[in-house]
Design a protein around this ligand. Structure first.
Ligand SMILES: Cc1cc2nc3c(=O)[nH]c(=O)nc-3n(C[C@H](O)[C@H](O)[C@H](O)COP(=O)(O)OP(=O)(O)OC[C@H]3O[C@@H](n4cnc5c(N)ncnc54)[C@H](O)[C@@H]3O)c2cc1C
Length: 471
């Protein structure tokens, strides 16, 4: 176990995992005077909110592509003004596919104009759609799917469906077959003011968060994989890390929801009906990424590339095609020197949604070949936006669902935790085992950077109330 602090035998709260939900829970609990241990299996904090360096001065962000404006408020309230002040809008969001090519600021005003002028949709329909999406809440009827929502407002308009759906599928893995409310909430979050990023990069964000945690007295144990959550007399009593048991009044797991229940706690501690419910929760899909670092002095054209570019060669938007290893859709994030003031490099990341089995089932040789092919296919596709990319490039590297699984412990490398039904199981945990909580990507609303932070806030309130009752 690597830690800068000497660990106590007992804590008020132990948080397992330092994704954005785990970090936020740890910070809020410590700020309210609780003793907190944050145990992270990796050597870096942040979970999927991470970045990595490569020789030659390259640094790549893994999930810093865009989040809704709400992140400013959440960071200001639950972290610090300094963190909130680094959040800035990305104004150049592009689409390029066989149905249309356009650039937008990705907010309601701009989308309204586009839908009316470019897609010839009546203004009343556009307004009614936005109002409907904004009125949705997680308490709504879950029977209507996103596909049915689109059919109601934009029948026989696959081009409009693509404009409205493609970015959200990319942002949280949601599909046309998921409940419409999961689409409506996330879409409206983005439409309120557009897409935002953290200036300074993920490394700065996480180091500022680490400073806050330490200032507030959180004990941080790195390279500390929790092997088991301990249960005594049907209540949480602590965790075991590398054979050492540490006591706690409450445990918040930021690890994958299914992994928490199936592996860290174990079926013997749950009633069969709850265990079955958990077993039935579907995981969200995973991703591939290709990280491309340009040589010093090389750049790409901001007018062509913008900040975020949703590209596809598929004739129409289809969920199964988005996940296929035969890639037709890629989302590029273009990073300029301003992303990290003081860093002079241009770099880009191409992301796709992906099926874990397409990668996990390969032999070692096939896997290496498939990864190399992924890089080559991506460079071929990126040539359209960065002409001469192979000559401009200093390095390219790929991550697959297997990579995401290895670094985060998420079953099947899930990028966004579980599907929507995971939320109910996650919320039900403390009723089944007092003192046991889960905060992390579940469903579509409680995932992504903003969803993870906000879920951390919600769970902190629950833990606070539980601890108060115990006193
Ligand atoms: C390729 C990709 C691109 C993305 N792009 C965006 C984007 O542009 N915008 C956006 O908002 N979101 C994006 N996301 C999603 C976003 O990054 C995640 O939803 C969010 O960061 C998840 O936070 P979390 O709190 O659920 O925990 P996670 O980040 O999943 O972290 C969980 C942590 O728990 C640790 N852990 C697990 N098990 C144990 C154990 N037993 N003991 C100790 N530690 C353990 C892991 O090591 C990890 O650090 C992207 C995700 C991916 C994969």
């Amino acid at each position: 176990m690597t830690t800068e602090s000497v660990l106590r035998d007992n804590y008020d709260v132990i948080v397992i995992g330092s994704g954005l939900a785990g970090l936020t829970t740890a910070n809020i609990m410590a700020r309210s005077g609780k003793s907190v241990l944050l145990a992270e299996q990796h050597f870096q904090l942040g979970g999927l909110a991470t970045c990595f360096r490569r020789k030659g001065g390259h640094i790549f962000d893994v999930s810093l592509h865009g989040f809704p404006v709400g992140m400013i408020k959440s960071c200001r309230r639950y972290w610090s003004k300094e963190i909130a002040d680094h959040i800035h809008q990305l104004k150049r969001i592009g689409f390029d596919n066989p149905q249309f090519r356009l650039t937008t600021t990705f907010n309601r005003d701009d989308f309204t104009q586009l839908l009316i002028d470019k897609f010839q949709i009546p203004a009343e329909t556009v307004d009614a759609f936005f109002d409907k999406a904004r009125s949705m809440s997680h308490l709504d009827d879950q029977n209507m799917t996103t596909k049915e929502l689109f059919e109601q407002f934009f029948p026989n308009r696959p081009d409009v469906v693509r404009l409205l759906m493609e970015p959200i599928t990319y942002a949280n893995g949601s599909t046309l077959e998921d409940p419409a409310l999961t689409y409506g909430i996330v879409f409206s979050n983005f439409m309120s003011k557009g897409v935002y990023t953290f200036e300074g990069g993920t490394d700065l964000l996480i180091s500022l968060m680490e400073e806050e945690l330490k200032k507030n007295g959180v004990d941080i144990a790195m390279r500390s994989k929790v092997d088991r959550i301990e249960i005594e007399n049907k209540r949480v009593s602590g965790v075991t890390i590398n054979g050492q048991t540490i006591g706690a009044k409450a445990v918040v797991s930021n690890a994958n929801l299914k992994g928490t229940i199936l592996n860290l706690v174990g079926r013997e501690h749950f009633s069969p009906d709850f265990f079955e419910k958990c077993d039935a929760v579907r995981l969200n899909n995973s991703s591939t990424q290709v990280y491309m670092g340009l040589k010093p002095g090389e750049s790409f054209d901001p007018d062509v590339c913008g900040d975020l570019l949703f590209t596809s060669t598929a004739p129409e938007f289809r969920t199964d095609m988005l996940l296929s290893r035969d890639i037709t859709s890629r989302t590029y994030s273009f990073y300029y020197p301003e992303t990290r003031p003081g860093h002079d490099r241009y770099y880009m990341v191409a992301s796709t949604n992906a099926n874990y089995d397409d990668w996990a089932s390969l032999t070692k040789e096939e896997y290496a070949e498939s990864k190399a092919a992924l890089i080559e296919e991506t460079l071929d596709a990126a040539e359209k936006y960065v002409p001469g990319i192979r000559e401009k490039l200093d390095m390219a590297e790929a991550a697959t669902p297997v990579t995401f699984e290895r670094y985060t412990g998420h079953i099947a490398g899930s990028s966004f935790g579980t599907k929507f039904e995971g939320l109910e199981v996650s919320r039900e945990l403390p009723n089944r085992i007092p003192g046991l909580y889960h905060a992390g990507s579940v469903g579509i609303i409680m995932s992504g950077w903003l969803g993870a932070v906000n879920y951390g806030v919600i769970v902190s309130n629950d833990v606070d109330a539980y601890l108060f009752d115990q006193e």
